[in-house]
Design a protein around this ligand. Structure first.
Ligand SMILES: Cc1cc2nc3c(=O)[nH]c(=O)nc-3n(C[C@H](O)[C@H](O)[C@H](O)COP(=O)(O)OP(=O)(O)OC[C@H]3O[C@@H](n4cnc5c(N)ncnc54)[C@H](O)[C@@H]3O)c2cc1C
Length: 244
């Protein structure tokens, strides 16, 4: 990798769901050596040591920053264990080192000029939205904040507790959870039907012509939600989608 890289170390690891961990990364001293915008991502590679370093090529993958840029001292990434590099990251312990690149990407949050942002996240796609929503709350942005989250089950609901706590303490935030799988007996999810249905979206999105939407969804769902939003009157240029 030719890009400028920065050494950080793993300060804390938060197990989030059975397959996702959040890594809090810090420099040895002082503030982060870069700034970032909510929604951006950076290259991350675990630092290899000794013979491991000589024999194994560095595994670089991009990960969205899941913490708010208002925290100048650390950056967090949330990693779904699904293959070579993500499994290597899941093996890290506090104190281990990683290298990262300068954050980049055009899927970034714009300060809301109109009624307020609407966020759509599914599965690990909630990671960049956590950064965006936390940033809105930290800076008191947006007349209204609407968040649609979609998970197979409550157990796999990445940051679900945190989003629920934020919604409870923030009257202007409307959180809508969609569960696609069948939950355990006794669980009563607020199951609201398909996210791709304009009638379902209309319930949660007042003044659609004045909202800016941020989507981090798997292909298929992403296109479906985009079409539904345009159908209900959100201008296409106000819909931003991250593509992994
Ligand atoms: C802009 C951007 C932001 C991203 N943000 C995040 C983020 O915040 N969090 C996150 O977790 N990821 C994120 N990703 C994805 C991440 O960069 C990696 O692509 C992801 O972690 C998989 O890398 P890996 O090395 O673990 O998997 P790889 O080893 O590269 O495998 C990729 C996929 O192929 C499957 N696979 C591999 N080998 C086989 C096989 N033989 N047969 C069948 N299937 C196979 C794996 O299960 C895996 O799903 C982002 C990607 C981009 C581009």
């Amino acid at each position: 990798m030719q890009e400028e890289t920065f050494p950080l170390h793993v300060e804390r690891i938060f197990p989030e769901t059975p397959r996702v961990k959040t890594f809090r990364l810090r420099p040895e001293l002082g503030e982060l050596p870069f700034r970032f915008l909510p929604g951006q991502h950076m290259g991350v590679s675990p630092c290899l040591s000794g013979s491991e370093k000589r024999e194994t090529p560095a595994k670089w993958r991009h990960f969205s920053l899941s913490s708010s840029p208002e925290n100048r001292g650390f950056a967090e990434i949330s990693v779904l264990n699904q293959g070579t590099a993500s499994a290597a990251l899941h093996h890290l312990s506090p104190g281990d080192g990683v290298e990262v690149t300068r954050p980049t990407g055009r899927f970034t949050f714009e300060d809301p000029a109109d009624h307020g942002p609407v966020f759509f996240g599914a599965g690990i796609g909630v990671a960049p939205l956590r950064s965006m929503v936390r940033y809105c709350l930290d800076r008191d942005l947006g007349e209204a904040i609407t968040v649609f989250l979609c998970f197979p089950s409550v157990e796999e609901g990445l940051f679900l507790k945190q989003f629920r706590a934020w919604a409870e303490e923030t009257p202007r935030m409307d959180l809508r959870i969609h569960l696609s799988g069948s939950g355990p007996a006794g669980e009563q999810p607020p199951y609201r039907g398909g996210l791709q249905d304009p009638d379902v979206l209309r319930e949660g999105i007042a003044r659609p012509g004045y909202r800016t939407c941020y989507l981090c969804l798997p292909p298929g769902l992403r296109e479906g939600v985009h079409t539904a939003l345009v159908t209900m009157g959100v201008p296409a240029e106000q819909i931003h989608a991250e593509i992994w």
